[in-house]
Every structure is written in C-alpha cells, then in structure tokens.
Design a binder for this molecule. Structure first.
Ligand code: GAR
Length: 210
C-alpha cells in the first residue's frame, strides 16, 4: 500500500472518487492527508466525513508563491507521500516545488491537452466551435498543464451545449479516469521516465498531440 497526499481547492468531487476507490480496495493506497488552500472548500467536509486528516494552508497568508510553496512542501513532506495528487488544486506551483515531486505528482486538467491549458476550458472549447472536449490526467512537470499524459477521456460537444452541461459531462469522465490512473501508480505500473509516462514499461502515447 502506498501513501498519498491529496491537494484540493474546491468541491472535491475528484477527491471523493479517489476516497471511494481506496475504501473499496480498488486503489491499494492510504490517503495520509487532504490539504486545501481554502478553508471553506466543500472538499474538506468530504475528507472529514471519510475520517481523513485535513490541513488548511491559505495562500493569502504568504507574500509570494515561493513562500506559499515552501510551507506547502513542508506540510506535505511530514506525511512522506509516495504520490501527491492534485485534485482541483487551483494554484500555479513554482518550478522548485514541481521538481521536488518529479515523477510522483499527478494532476487532472479539464481539457484534451495540449489544447486549452489554464482556466475556463469548457467555455473556451464551446466558443471555439469544437465538436469534442474532455479531460487529461498527466504527470506534473515545470511546464504549466504540460507534463506527459497518462489518460484522456473525450466527450462530444452538442450544438446547444452550455458551460455547465459540458462541465458536468466532463466531470463524470474525470471520476472514471482519475481513480484509474492513481490505481496504476499505486500498483507500481505507472511511472515517469525521461519526461515520458510509462505504463507496464511501455511508453504511453502523447494522446492529443497535434
Ligand atoms: C475539475 O474539473 C478539475 O479537472 C479542475 O477543477 C475541477 C475540480 O473539481 N481542475 C483544474 O481546472 C486544474 N487547473 P472537484 O473539486 O469537484 O474535483
């Protein structure tokens, strides 16, 4: 069983999917702590309901990204996690922080990367007239929303699609693929090697690359 620390900023529905998969034994891991940068995030309630340790580190208490990240790192490392899972964690991380967790930090981003890095991905995909959209799980590297892809799921965009309806469809897929990726990592099957994601010693395709 590996140990995991999960970072959140909001509702925590991806956190919930991972909690459920650890409780059912699908993911062979122990969630050591859930860390949140917002004290009123609903995800903290989900974590507490599951009996998990929670920590709040507000970015507002730090005068720079560097200082916030140093504090965050200190708290995370008290739990010596094998894996750090970013589940709707909405802060940009410094290169030093990212390097420290190289090969052991995953993120989920609501777009078919490399398309639509950054914020408001659903709205931007609709406005661009895309016929499909989706979500990507990737290893975190210094490039923002840019590490090697582990898994993607696609959803169609219908003609009358709203940002809300699209976000809902994408979230349903997120809850499928994030636990799967975390399970692979926990089973020792998923690794990052030379900036490439490897599953069972095989290089995963950079799906979505143009
Ligand atoms: C998810 O859609 C996740 O992909 C996105 O935030 C949402 C969090 O939902 N993450 C990002 O945009 C990262 N840049 P949740 O709190 O219910 O899991």
């Amino acid at each position: 069983e590996i140990s995991i620390v999960i970072l959140i900023s909001g509702s925590g529905s991806n956190l919930q999917a991972i909690i459920d998969a650890t409780q059912s034994g699908t993911i062979p891991a122990r969630i050591e702590a859930v860390i949140c940068n917002k004290e009123d995030a609903f995800g903290l309630t989900r974590a507490a309901n599951a009996g998990l340790v929670t920590e709040v580190i507000s970015h507002k208490n730090y005068d720079s990204r560097e200082h916030f990240d140093q504090a965050l790192k200190k708290v995370i490392d008290q739990y010596s996690p094998d894996l750090v899972v970013l589940a709707g964690f909405m802060r940009i991380l410094t290169p030093e922080f990212v390097k420290h967790y190289s090969g052991r930090m995953l993120n989920i981003h609501p777009s078919l990367l490399p398309k639509y890095r950054g914020l408001n991905t659903h709205q931007r995909a609709i406005e661009a007239g895309e016929s499909e959209h989706g979500v990507t799980v990737h290893f975190v590297t210094e490039e923002l929303d840019g590490g090697p892809n582990v898994l993607q799921a696609r959803v169609p965009i219908s003609t009358d699609e709203s940002t809300e309806s699209l976000a809902k469809k994408v979230l349903r897929q997120e809850h499928q693929i994030y636990p799967r990726a975390v399970k692979w990592f926990a089973q020792g099957r998923l690794k990052m090697n030379n900036n490439q994601a490897m599953l069972d010693e095989k290089t995963l395709p950079e799906c979505g690359e143009q």
